[in-house]
Design a protein around this ligand. Structure first.
Ligand code: HAM
Length: 421
């Protein structure tokens, strides 16, 4: 037997092995997400795990923390610079442009459930490989699309048992009369108030003044309370767009809080920005976030193609929500077989049950009754189907309800009816 030293490999820091029973919950939640996105017309998409590094440098922006500090970038044997995707939006827009999906009806509506990679400092709810479920609606700048996207994420989180709080903001578009004008103003204000900012934040605001709102340093947080906020400085057309988004959210009774300091960490965002936050997650309380990215297509060399979407952190959803029905292993019946003949009968029974869509498993250990019942228990099955010598000769099995402990004999031919859902 290998001693501990010989099998002491561990997964890389910040990654998780998804093992049962947790992996059942993970799978059920992913499915539920994709089903609920499909209900709103979002078709599944899967892009490669890695992209040319430029897709993220140009798409997400070199000024963002994600691109500047967190990417897993490597050179392949052909000398190409590739990057494990840190997020899904730039790859989805890249794929859409590459395959000309924008030449069909717009908006193109796509959904994904994929692993993402960021070299962040691991902590509760923050990993280096994590999973996102998300949607993107690309090709329309109408405010009702914003409301639709936001509602789809909100409803899924509610259905999944997370009670999210929705934070909403408008960060304007990249134009001198809108965000750029505001950024100049904010930069000036930060210069005037630099003395009261934390030292680290003083060096940073020249490149991206908005990021100062994200600082966790107490001195900066205090100062930023009186900083000019973008919501009050966006142009007329952005303001009208934001009003219309809010009106549509009101129409479908999605509650939200306006958070004028919500700026989001990726550089492609324009106009509507939002986040879903949940209690009980500690510092990493954002279960998801998203917004408009009306300039992303052009950053990637495409035509003007406005878009909006979100991504939800699956790892955080599972941390935030209680276990619920439908998460469990789908095995309904576990056959306990005592003896070689009984095992052959058991195999025929589980095969019959599976062929009509009833989840079934059987013992393969050859242990005694007690050991096999433990297996039945561990499988999560609702019923144990017990076959011993007596049962075999009578052509019957004993069916035990694992919850109530009740047992009754059932002829082989009627097992399916007795253990069916
Ligand atoms: P994001 O805010 O960077 O946005 O990530 C979305 C969500 O992914 C976060 O709210 C969080 O729940 C989860 N997440 C992010 N980083 C980690 C991590 N290191 N460990 C665990 N969970 C994490 C985006 O990625 C955008 N692509 C969303 C989007 C789609 N915007 C428009 N369309």
């Amino acid at each position: 037997m290998a001693d501990d030293n010989e099998r002491s490999f561990s997964a890389p820091r910040g990654t998780n092995d998804l093992l049962p029973p947790e992996s059942w919950r993970w799978q059920a939640t992913t499915r539920r997400a994709m089903d609920s996105f499909a209900l709103a017309g979002y078709a599944p998409v899967e892009t490669p795990l890695f992209e040319h590094t430029e897709v993220f440098e140009r798409g997400v922006g070199e000024g963002s923390e994600v691109v500047g500090k967190q990417m897993y970038t490597f050179e392949d044997r052909g000398g190409r610079s590739l990057t494990l995707r840190p997020e899904g939006t730039a790859p989805v827009v890249r794929a859409l442009l590459e395959h000309g999906l924008d030449r069909g009806p717009l908006p193109v509506k796509l959904a994904y459930a994929s692993a993402m990679f960021r070299q962040e400092r691991p902590q509760k709810g923050r990993f280096r490989q994590f999973f996102q479920v998300g949607i993107e609606a690309i090709g329309s700048d109408g405010p009702i699309v914003d409301a639709e996207v936001i509602e789809v994420g909100w409803r899924f989180l509610r259905d999944a048992g997370v009670e999210p709080r929705l934070l909403l903001n408008s960060i304007g578009h990249l134009d001198g009369s809108c965000r750029l004008g505001y950024l100049d103003r904010l930069r000036k204000w930060l210069e005037e108030n630099a003395e009261t900012l934390d030292e680290e934040d003083r060096d940073r605001f020249a490149t991206n003044p908005l990021r100062t709102f994200d600082s966790k340093e107490p001195a900066t947080v205090e100062t930023m309370r009186s900083a000019p906020v973008i919501t009050e400085h966006v142009c007329d057309s952005c303001r009208k767009h934001f009003e219309a988004v809010r009106a549509s959210l009101d129409d479908v009774s999605v509650p939200y809080d306006i958070d004028p300091t919500l700026v989001r960490g990726l550089d492609y965002y324009t106009r509507t920005a939002f986040e879903y936050v949940a209690d009980g997650l500690g510092a990493q309380n954002a279960v998801g976030g998203g917004g408009r990215y009306d300039g992303l297509s052009e950053s990637l060399g495409g035509p003007p193609l406005p878009g909006i979407g979100f991504a939800l952190g699956l790892d955080r959803i599972l941390l935030a929500r209680p276990a619920s029905e439908g998460d469990d292993a789908p095995v309904q019946a576990f056959v306990v077989a005592l003896g070689a003949e009984a095992a052959r009968a058991a195999f025929r029974i589980v095969t019959d049950l599976r062929s009509i869509g009833i989840g079934a498993d059987m013992d393969h250990s050859g242990r005694g009754m007690k050991g096999q019942m433990k297996g039945a228990d561990r499988s999560g099955a609702r019923y144990a189907v017990i076959i011993g010598d007596d049962e075999l000769s009578a052509g019957e099995a004993t069916i035990r309800d694992m919850t109530s402990g009740e047992q009754r004999p059932v002829p082989f031919a009627e097992i399916a009816r007795s253990v069916g859902r």
